[in-house]
Design a protein around this ligand. Sequence first.
Ligand SMILES: [Zn+2]
Length: 303
Amino acid sequence: MFDSERHCMPRSWALSSRTGPAPHLSDAGTLVAMDARVVELGNGVFAFRYAFFDQTIGLVVGDDGCLVLDTRTLPSQARELQEDVRRITPLPWVVLNTHHHFDHTFGNANFLPARILGHTRCATTLLELGEDMRERVAANMPDIAGELRDVRIVPPGETFGESVVLELGGRRMDLRHLGLGHTDNDVVAVVPDAGIVFAGDLVEQGAPPSFGDSFPLDWPDTDRRLLELGAGTIVPGHGEVVDRGFVERQRDQLEAAAVAARGAFADGLHAEVAARRMPFPPTSSRVCAERAYAQLAGVPGAG
Ligand SMILES: [Zn+2]
């Protein structure tokens, strides 16, 4: 399900509006569009930034189509994203869900009849737990509860377990599941000709990693495989675009957390002790420790 740390305590609860000035290109090539900001990371590769959950949405434009990476939460947010995409390209879109969390998938219905790709477990988890996510988000965020009821939960219709190659007319993208991490269905999108990888919530900038559905013992190795892809620019699911050094440091923190959990568990200590040895804020560390202990105890579904 969704991660209560970030999703219940977003840094910004403000929904975006369309009342500001028209978008314009700054000297740095940054498109400023009211509260949404679009950064061109490479030729035809973009990152949209939205205040809601500090979310980062990707766009890759090929010769005869474009890939939109994640679809936001509410129908109005999905429409805003579509408008932002249409400012850049009129080409038909294909969607990738980087994982099943509501803020990445609840806008899917707005993109139909487009192809929607995702990991097999992204689809099954959305079908199984989507309504539960809706209820929990509505309970935690009463200001959007009304519009949440309008969301039609649509799982990805084209699923894969390990990897798939997506061709968008002269442009190849590798969509890959690198292992357990933020969830059990994280998918990254590699744009080889641009040296860019969209990491979903395997990488978090501006907030600690979100551990609610995570697999802390596996996450460091999954991030190691992410780094082995060789990309110099990594686009997180939330926050600013980062470089390899940032991901290496976050991977090291995740490794330290896993080591703390393994050590404390082996010594028969409470998960709270493990949490205090982790390099994250207390709330995050507590959830991380609980998830790691569930894995170490062999709890079904905990990896
Ligand atoms: Zn997530």
